[in-house]
Design a protein around this ligand. Structure first.
Ligand SMILES: *Cc1c(COP(=O)(O)O)cnc(C)c1O
Length: 417
């Protein structure tokens, strides 16, 4: 059996007639950039994300860049970003000429630690970019409280979190000044190439972003400000319009897969449900773990499952599981073990920003980021895409159990290759 980390084929096969028709519709129209397909997407995304405005753009990276440009952030300014994220979060800050200030992760849940923000804010701080990593919201109440107190803007990097809800059902991207989304093919809602979106409730920001998207041009060939070409292709809009009605069902399938993993890991004696991650869980080979106190689990309780932090009144989990990320001892060896058995698994992310060569000049101190360093050493994302079969998930858990346990669990709960 093989279990790829992600397989986009089944989704395409399921929607092939509608997707192919949409592609041909755009070809026949020869409206190639923006146009009615992108406008239709913007309307449905604004409604879905509970935001007054949504703007279709060229990528999630460009969405972040544009959001910073719209706030006039540049040289001499500082922007707080989690050190543990995809590169675009910090790259966008550096590209507008501002300085990214790295923040360690919270011990539970992978996101920026709001408790650290207050002491990092200076008179130069212009914005905070929390990332809703892997599909679960950062602690927005705390982040907004601190940002408001210091009059600092919040840009949500919701690239992995479209449709995710925070407390009280608030949607990712609707809480800060702007929300930045990505439709890269590996995201829960993926285009056939690069595309992104910005949401905002602020009409002035919306108007400015619209100008920035098209070289700051308004009216035609008159440029009040310097923007860029950040426009979305009509083809991407058309593909996304076909896929969007299925998004909630795909989120639900990912949650179902996550719940099955959780149940099987617990049944196998490999994990506890929603364990509290005490800074570091004491994995034996972690060079970072010697420094801080941690809770050591029983030998067989060696996997930390991704916690589901936000649920609604019906105990419905709001995580959309763009990634299902476990934390494990002997991570690299486990990954090799899985690869040899046809199972894809990926490390998001092996090198936090404060350790990146391109940011060496910023002088960040490695010791200031114990949690992110620990995550970088132990995280492993398992296949979670909606079309996975129960059998495939049982195979993955069975192989992980075989790796860790001297006597792997036998019987009906696992399948053989
Ligand atoms: C994917 C992603 C981006 C960038 O989106 P692109 O559309 O690939 O440019 C930014 N931030 C995070 C957290 C992401 O996962």
């Amino acid at each position: 059996m093989t279990v790829p980390l992600l397989d986009l084929q089944p989704q395409y096969r399921a929607l092939k007639p509608a997707l192919d028709a949409a592609l041909i519709r755009v070809a026949e129209s020869q409206v190639c950039v923006l146009g009615s397909e992108v406008e239709a997407l913007e309307r449905s995304m604004a409604a879905y994300c509970d935001s007054r405005f949504a703007l279709g753009v060229s990528s999630g990276t460009d969405a972040l860049l544009m959001a910073l440009m719209a706030l006039n952030i540049g040289a001499g300014d500082e922007v707080l970003v989690p050190t543990f994220s995809f590169f675009a979060t910090a790259g966008a800050v550096a590209r507008v000429g501002a300085t990214p200030i790295f923040v360690d992760s919270e011990p539970n849940g992978f996101n920026i630690n709001p408790a650290l923000l207050g002491s990092l804010i200076t008179p130069r701080t212009k914005a905070i970019i929390p990332v809703h990593l892997f599909g679960q919201c950062a602690d927005m109440d705390e982040i907004m409280r601190i940002a408001d107190k210091h009059d600092v803007a919040v840009i949500e990097d919701a690239a992995q979190a479209i449709g995710t809800q925070y407390k009280d059902g608030r949607k990712a991207g609707s809480i800060g000044a702007m929300g930045c989304f990505s439709f890269y093919p590996t995201k829960n809602l993926g285009a056939f190439g690069d595309a992104g979106l910005i949401t905002t409730n602020d009409e002035n920001l919306y108007t400015k972003l619209k100008h920035i998207r098209n070289h700051g041009m308004e009216p035609r060939y008159y440029h009040k400000l310097i923007g860029g070409n950040f426009r979305m292709d009509a083809l991407q809009g058309a593909v996304l319009n076909v896929k969007f009605p299925h998004l909630e069902a795909w989120h639900e399938a990912r949650r179902r897969n996550a719940a099955l993993y959780t149940r099987l890991f617990i049944e196998a004696g490999l994990a506890q449900e929603n364990p509290e991650h005490k800074a570091c869980s004491g994995f034996e080979h972690c060079p970072n773990c010697a420094n801080h106190s941690f809770q050591r689990f029983a030998p067989h309780n060696s996997i930390l499952l991704p916690p589901a932090l936000y649920t609604d009144s019906n105990a419905r989990n709001h995580h959309i599981y763009n990634q299902y990320t476990i934390r494990v001892p002997q991570r690299d060896k486990l990954r090799q073990h899985l690869a040899a058995r046809g199972i894809g698994a990926e490390i998001y992310y092996p090198v936090p920003f404060h350790r990146q060569e391109c940011f060496a000049g910023l002088g960040a101190r490695d010791a200031d980021f114990p949690v992110a360093n620990c995550l970088a050493a132990h995280v492993l994302a398992l296949p979670i895409y909606p079309e996975l079969s129960e059998e495939q998930i049982r195979y993955v858990v069975g192989e992980i159990a075989a790796f860790y346990l001297d006597v792997p669990p036998q019987g009906s709960i696992f399948v053989a290759a």
